[in-house]
Ligand binder design. Structure first.
Ligand code: ZN
Length: 374
């Protein structure tokens, strides 16, 4: 890899290398400035690189950083792949659109959530309608709001957590907490009460660039769920949709389809099936006239228990701690490495599978013939 996965967080480095790779490939970049700053006072933005003819109607889309900290994987893959187009051409009529760090605040501050403590992948819901209830979260909320990082309250919260795990097991516990909740802004997996900056920005990007698209294959890039070193290609949606069969034919056994909803069975993928508000569904809703294959690449890292501890500590840090002091930096670095392992072999496999998925999509895009397109 030319760029390589980073061993330290840093928004400016990721953005600079992305803009450089986009420029080298001859892409057109449109920037969406974010209202807040990063921890070093740096300006934040989501950048969209469009490579290919402006009126191309077949588009490969990749979105990084829906969960901010996971953007270090996605951003690096985007730059790496874009850079390769400085030396080769796209198929006729096909464009590549890279949405770089849709939750730039989360990437800069090394957080999964955004500036409102919102999990963006729970935020793409209809806020005009009743929000999804999660009454079982009420019994565990206090585990995530204790004021001690290391003291009697933390030990009390740890005991509550242990009792829950012993009673219902990790899978069921994870399904409850991961289903998301819309009641406690200071809780875990909070979905918000309105569309966040990232949500509004993604919708305006889709409206501006993708509405006329006939065929699109889109990838939302994640890490942190599933088995270590196993990048998983997934289709996540609330119901089966027209283009899904094409995606299944294109990727065969590589593709794992996950249908989500409040009554879904517990998934063995590490991705929570009972949650709603995923990016995947948002794009399907935003582009009703596009033959859209909406996919997710999820690169597995560590087991659920240590991942949960890292998220819980980071949650404490931003409720009560100081991200700038020694403990804060240690917690942030642990979270960073939880989603971006300091392991070249992990990185090599993550990059290889991501590149393979994109190459197969690029090759297929000129050939896909949805009935409506002819
Ligand atoms: Zn994620």
């Amino acid at each position: 890899m030319k760029y390589g996965f980073p061993d330290q967080p840093g928004f400016d480095r990721q953005r600079t290398q992305f803009l450089h790779a986009a420029d080298a490939a001859g892409a057109t970049v449109t920037s969406y400035p974010h209202p807040l700053k990063g921890p070093a006072g740096e300006s934040l933005a989501t950048d969209v690189a469009w490579l290919g003819e402006p009126d191309a109607r077949r588009v490969l889309v990749a979105i990084s950083g829906t969960h901010g900290v996971e953007g270090y994987y996605g951003s690096t893959c985007q730059s790496e792949w874009l850079d390769g187009f400085s030396a080769r051409d796209l198929p006729d009529g096909v464009a590549v659109m890279m949405v770089h760090l849709i939750n730039p605040w989360g990437t800069a501050w090394v957080r999964r959530v955004n500036e409102d403590n919102v999990d963006l992948n729970r935020n793409y819901v209809d806020f005009e309608a009743a929000l999804p209830p999660n009454p079982r979260y009420e019994t565990i909320h206090e585990i995530y709001t204790c004021r001690d990082f290391d003291g009697p309250q933390r030990r009390h919260a740890d005991a509550l957590l242990t009792a829950q795990i012993e009673s219902i097991g990790w899978a069921e516990y994870h399904a409850i907490v991961g289903a998301g909740q819309y009641v406690h802004p200071d809780g875990l997996f909070y979905g918000g009460t309105q569309a966040t900056w990232s949500n509004r920005t993604l919708r305006s990007i889709a409206a501006r660039f993708l509405l006329p698209t006939q065929v699109a294959i889109a990838f939302d890039l994640h890490t942190g769920a599933g088995a270590y070193g196993h990048p998983m290609l997934m289709a996540i949606a609330q119901t089966r949709y027209a283009a899904l069969a094409d995606a299944e034919a294109l990727y065969g056994a590589w593709l794992y389809t996950l249908l989500t909803g409040a009554d879904a069975a517990i998934s063995d993928t590490g991705v929570v099936a009972r949650a709603t508000g995923y990016t995947s569904q948002a794009l399907l809703d935003a582009l009703p006239d596009t033959h859209l294959m909406q996919l997710v690449i999820e690169c597995g890292t560590y087991a659920e228990a240590p991942m949960h501890t890292a998220l819980r500590d980071d949650h404490w840090l931003h409720l009560y701690g100081d991200p700038g002091d020694a403990l804060g930096k240690q917690i942030s670095q642990t979270l960073f490495n939880s989603f971006m392992p300091a392991d070249e072999d992990w990185g090599e496999i993550a990059w290889q599978r991501t590149r393979q998925a994109w190459e197969r999509a690029l090759k297929a895009l000129p050939e896909i013939r949805p009935a409506a397109v002819g």
